[in-house]
Design a protein around this ligand. Structure first.
Ligand code: PHE
Length: 398
C-alpha cells in the first residue's frame, strides 16, 4: 500500500515537472520548475468552462444549467476545493446558435486553456462543441444532451443523462399505457435532438403495437404551424408527440387548440422550462413530457438539493439545474481521483465513474461514455409540472 502510494505521488510530481518544463520552455526556467511549480500550484485556481444558451429562445436551458454548476462549485470550494485549490468557472453564451457554440468552445480550450468543459444542453450545440474539445484533448461533459451522436464524437466526450433511444421508448411506453396507440409526430427538422427523438419514438411505439399516422416537420423559430397541424388533424390521432424546445412547443400548442385539436400532447425533455406554461397557457394544460427529474421526488437527495437551490436562487430547480449540478459534481469527483489534470488522465477518471450518487439518479459511465438512468413523465397541471409516472431502463429491454 505504502509503496504504491509513493509511486503514485512520484508519478504525479514527474507529470507536474514535465508540464512545467513544457510551459516554461528552455533556458533556466525548467531547472527551477519542479519546486517552483509545486509551490505555485498550491492554492492556484483550476479553471473549468461552461458553454450554454444564456440568451435566446432556449435561455432557461443555459441559465438553469449555470445555476446548478455554480451551486456545485460553491459547495466544492467551501469544502476545500481540490486539495486546497479552488475551482473557477469561465462561462460563455452560445445564444442557442451552433456557430456561436463553436466559437466559444474554441475560446475556452485554446485561449482560456480550461481543464474541462461542461455543456451544452441542446444536442446540435454539443455536436458543434464536442469535436473541438476532442481535438484539443479536453474532456467535455454534457449534462443534458440526449442525442446518441454526441458522445460518439470521441473518447473525451461524456454525458450524465440517458440517451434518446431510451427517452423515445419511455414516451412510447407511457402513450401506449394510456391507450394512445395512434400518435402523430411533429418535430424540428433543424435539430439533431428533435429529429432523432421523433425517429426513436416511432421505432418504440411501432414495436409496442402502436403506429404513427402522420409525421410532420417544422423549423425552430417558425411562426405558423397550420399546414402541419391540419394534416395531423385529418388522421384523428390519439395523441401528438412534439419533441421540440419549449418556445416552439408553446406556440404549437396554442395553434393546435385553435384548430380544434383536443387530443393530449406529449413531448420530451426539451419542454422542461418554467416558460412553457407562460407561453402555452391554457393550451398546454394537461400535456405530458418525459424528463430527468421531478421536484416531487420524495428522496432526501432530491429534496435536499431543492432546499439548497431555493436558498441560493429563490426558485425550484428544473431538470437542467439538477443535471448541471450533477455534471459539475461528477467532474469534481473525477478530478479528485485523476492521476493528474491532464486531459487524458482526467478523461480516464471520468470514464471510471461508478455508482455516482447524483440528484437525477445514480450515474455509472458506460463504455460508450453515456449514463443509464430512469425517466419521469411529468404532466402540466394548473401550470405546474407534476410527476405522473416513472420509466425504468429495464423496461426498455423487455
Ligand atoms: N435533451 C435535449 C437535447 O439533447 C436538451 C434538454 C435536456 C432540454 C433536458 C431540456 C431538458 O437537445
Amino acid at each position: 500500500m505504502k509503496n504504491s502510494m509513493r509511486s503514485i505521488s512520484r508519478r504525479r510530481a514527474a507529470t507536474v515537472f514535465l508540464t512545467a518544463a513544457a510551459t516554461l520552455g528552455g533556458g533556466l526556467g525548467w531547472l527551477i520548475a519542479p519546486a517552483g511549480t509545486l509551490a505555485d500550484d498550491a492554492g492556484k485556481p483550476i479553471l473549468i468552462g461552461h458553454y450554454g444558451s444564456l440568451t435566446g429562445a432556449e435561455a432557461t436551458f443555459g441559465k438553469s444549467t449555470s445555476n446548478g454548476i455554480k451551486l456545485a462549485l460553491k459547495e466544492f470550494n467551501a469544502a476545500g476545493g481540490l486539495n486546497g485549490r479552488p475551482i473557477e468557472l469561465r462561462e460563455y453564451d452560445t445564444k442557442g446558435d451552433p456557430k456561436e457554440a463553436g466559437t466559444v468552445v474554441t475560446r475556452l480550450v485554446a485561449s482560456d486553456k480550461v481543464t474541462a468543459v461542461l455543456g451544452e444542453v441542446a444536442s446540435s450545440l454539443s455536436l458543434a462543441g464536442a469535436p473541438i474539445c476532442q481535438e484539443h484533448g479536453v474532456p467535455m461533459i454534457t449534462p443534458s444532451s440526449t442525442n446518441p451522436r454526441v458522445t460518439k464524437v470521441g473518447d473525451m466526450i461524456f454525458r450524465v443523462c440517458f440517451i434518446d433511444a431510451f427517452q423515445g421508448f419511455a414516451c412510447a411506453r407511457f402513450a401506449v399505457d394510456r391507450n394512445a396507440k395512434r400518435v402523430a409526430t411533429l418535430y424540428d427538422q433543424s435539430s439533431a435532438y428533435s429529429e432523432g427523438l421523433a425517429r426513436d419514438f416511432k421505432r418504440a411505439i411501432t414495436k409496442l403495437g402502436g403506429e404513427v399516422p402522420s409525421e410532420q416537420r417544422y423549423k425552430a423559430g417558425d411562426n405558423d404551424f397550420t399546414a402541419q397541424l391540419v394534416a395531423i388533424r385529418g388522421t384523428n390521432p390519439d395523441m401528438i408527440f412534439i419533441p421540440g424546445y419549449y418556445t416552439d412547443v408553446g406556440n404549437i400548442a396554442i395553434q393546435a387548440r385553435r384548430l380544434g385539436i383536443s387530443c393530449p400532447l406529449l413531448g420530451g425533455d426539451g419542454w422542461d422550462s418554467d416558460q412553457l406554461a407562460k407561453i402555452g397557457g391554457e393550451a398546454i394544460e394537461g400535456a405530458f413530457y418525459s424528463n430527468h427529474y421531478a421536484a416531487q421526488d420524495e428522496t432526501p437527495k432530491v429534496q435536499d438539493f431543492i432546499r439548497k437551490y431555493k436558498a441560493e436562487f429563490g426558485d425550484i430547480p428544473d431538470g437542467l439545474a439538477a443535471l448541471g449540478y450533477d455534471a459539475a459534481k461528477l467532474l469534481f469527483d473525477a478530478m479528485k481521483r485523476a492521476k493528474s489534470l491532464e486531459g487524458k488522465d482526467l478523461a480516464a477518471a471520468i470514464a471510471a465513474t461508478r455508482d455516482f450518487d447524483a440528484v437525477t439518479g445514480n450515474v455509472t459511465i458506460g463504455p460508450d461514455r453515456n449514463a443509464v438512468k430512469s425517466a419521469v413523465i411529468v404532466q402540466m397541471k394548473n401550470g405546474e409540472r407534476t410527476m405522473v409516472a416513472r420509466v425504468e431502463p429495464d423496461q426498455a429491454k423487455e
